[in-house]
Design a binder for this molecule. Sequence first.
Ligand SMILES: CC(C)(COP(=O)(O)OP(=O)(O)OC[C@H]1O[C@@H](n2cnc3c(N)ncnc32)[C@H](O)[C@@H]1OP(=O)(O)O)[C@@H](O)C(=O)NCCC(=O)NCCS
Length: 165
Amino acid sequence: MNIRPFEKSDVSKIEAFFDQMGAETRKFFNTNDVNRNFALKFVTEKNKSIIRWLAEDDGVMVGYVFLWDIDTTLPWLGIAVHDQYKGKGLGKRLIAHAHEWATANNKGGVILITAESNERGQRLYESMGYEFHGIHPSGERLYIKRFIAFEDPEREGRLPVIPGF
Ligand SMILES: CC(C)(COP(=O)(O)OP(=O)(O)OC[C@H]1O[C@@H](n2cnc3c(N)ncnc32)[C@H](O)[C@@H]1OP(=O)(O)O)[C@@H](O)C(=O)NCCC(=O)NCCS
């Protein structure tokens, strides 16, 4: 299993990944083909603030993770795993991969939203250190992973912890 950035020659692999999605993944990840179109856009995309990686097993795309707004301190994350590869820890590996990039590039954390009914997604995010921060205006649950612990505000040059923040 290899996790690597998208390449121009990956279009048919990406199409096949979206084609295999069952009801759960389509519901939580690809309503109205929004994420399929967003993924395939990478070939001609001029917006350089997005980075997409795929997990490949024997030439088949089995996972997808991406960050956007990567020119800000708090990029957004999106993720999906091939139906036959769910529940085997690949989601965690993909998120860890995105976190590695984000920490290496001095980001403050990662933000995402997920549906109220997406319990599997919430379990994954919480196990990766994401904290629930209330309901986003979209109606979905908002999660943030901070890379900075706020353990020593003096040394970190930051404000002390403010209750509620
Ligand atoms: C959500 C998703 C990315 C998780 O990937 P995954 O590879 O299945 O997840 P992992 O195997 O790494 O498991 C991560 C956690 O979820 C838990 N989990 C696995 N299957 C679960 C299930 N059916 N219900 C609840 N939790 C589940 C695991 O136990 C693990 O938690 P733990 O470490 O506390 O035990 C994947 O299932 C998926 O693609 N879902 C559809 C698309 C989607 O929802 N994308 C996110 C939209 S916000």
